[in-house]
Design a binder for this molecule. Structure first.
Ligand code: 8YV
Length: 307
């Protein structure tokens, strides 16, 4: 960034506070936030006329008021694609960890409590042959579907529209137009859809009640997709067999009702946390800014109709 632009970097690796963000939009031509920075209509209204672009370091843009930004003539970009495989890996990790009780087993070892295996001890659930319902069949959903297929799972999905036939055939994936119907029939559910006003609490108390008691739910997308209090209640009442979460409604806070359960695996937003993904994300931010600075349309432009 410094080689190419007159860049002011936040070297602390900690989020900037509101005052610092306000000051930044009053003097910068380009703002490069992370998903932690809330770029709402109020902040955008405080931007100086020099601000031309918001080049987000991250795929999700739910922290940016896209309509307000685009309405003000700002170009918004994100970093899709480069974190797809890593996030799909993490979703698969959670599926495996919850189904096979990996965290519980690892804890037994660390605490020196292993006294030898026995035929019925620590039995989890088989993945082969199970039905996985993917909510959101974009890049990450499809990458997860490929992994699930390799594990012998049956892939089902709900999406605004079906994926092209060629992809559906490759994945052997079954489309469900009705999310409720799919939720009620799956062994595992994975959320892979962005947070928008339409997907807020997509898994509401009502929909969580549709899940089979044997079902396992994993979320590597956004915490806002699930009514976390209702999920905690479902866990307490043993209405769900297992949960794996990498994202939370009030991140970094976690609903206390989700703590202390052996069948709930929680991770600290590790979806894209590989050195390679984070470097590639940085490269995408730079490519977007440089392309725009050269007078061209940046490759990862976000437009309101996309969300
Ligand atoms: C990262 C993410 O933490 O890209 C996203 O939308 O949620 C995560 O993978 C984020 O990109 C960092 O800004």
């Amino acid at each position: 960034m410094r080689e190419l632009f007159d860049a002011e970097l936040n070297l602390t690796d900690r989020p900037m506070d509101r005052a610092a963000l306000e000051a930044a939009v009053q003097r910068a031509d380009v703002l490069a936030p992370t998903i932690t920075d809330i770029i709402d209509a109020d902040l955008i209204s405080k931007a100086g006329p020099q601000l031309k672009m918001i080049a987000n370091f991250g795929a999700g843009v739910d922290h940016i008021d896209i309509e307000a930004a685009v309405g003000r003539g700002l170009i918004v970009t994100n970093t899709p694609g480069v974190l797809t495989e890593d996030t799909a890996d993490l979703a698969m990790t959670l599926i495996l960890a919850v189904s096979r009780r990996i965290v519980e087993g690892a804890q037994v070892m660390q605490e020196g409590r292993f006294e030898g295996w026995s035929p019925t001890w620590m039995t989890g659930r088989k993945l082969w042959g199970k039905r996985l319902g993917i909510v959101g069949m974009g890049r990450i959903g499809q990458a997860l579907a490929r992994r699930a297929k390799a594990f012998g799972m049956q892939v089902h999905y709900h999406n605004r529209k079906p994926v092209p036939d060629m992809i559906a055939e490759e994945l052997g994936a079954t489309y469900w137009d009705d999310l409720d119907q799919m939720l009620a029939r799956m062994d595992l559910i994975s959320l892979n859809t962005p947070a928008t006003k339409d997907t807020h609490h997509l898994l509401s108390a009502r929909r969580l009640a549709l899940l089979r008691p044997e079902a396992i739910l994993v979320n590597t997308a956004r915490g806002e997709l699930i009514d976390e209090a209702a999920l905690a209640e479902a866990v307490a009442q043993r209405r769900i067999a297992g949960v794996g979460l990498d994202v939370f409604e009030q991140e970094p806070k976690v609903h206390p009702g989700l703590l202390g359960h052996a069948n709930v695996v929680l991770l600290p937003h590790l979806g894209s946390a590989t050195i390679e993904a984070r470097q590639d994300m940085g490269d995408r931010v730079i490519a977007n800014i440089q392309t725009f600075a050269n007078g061209h349309r940046p490759p990862d432009r976000v437009i309101p109709a996309m969300f």
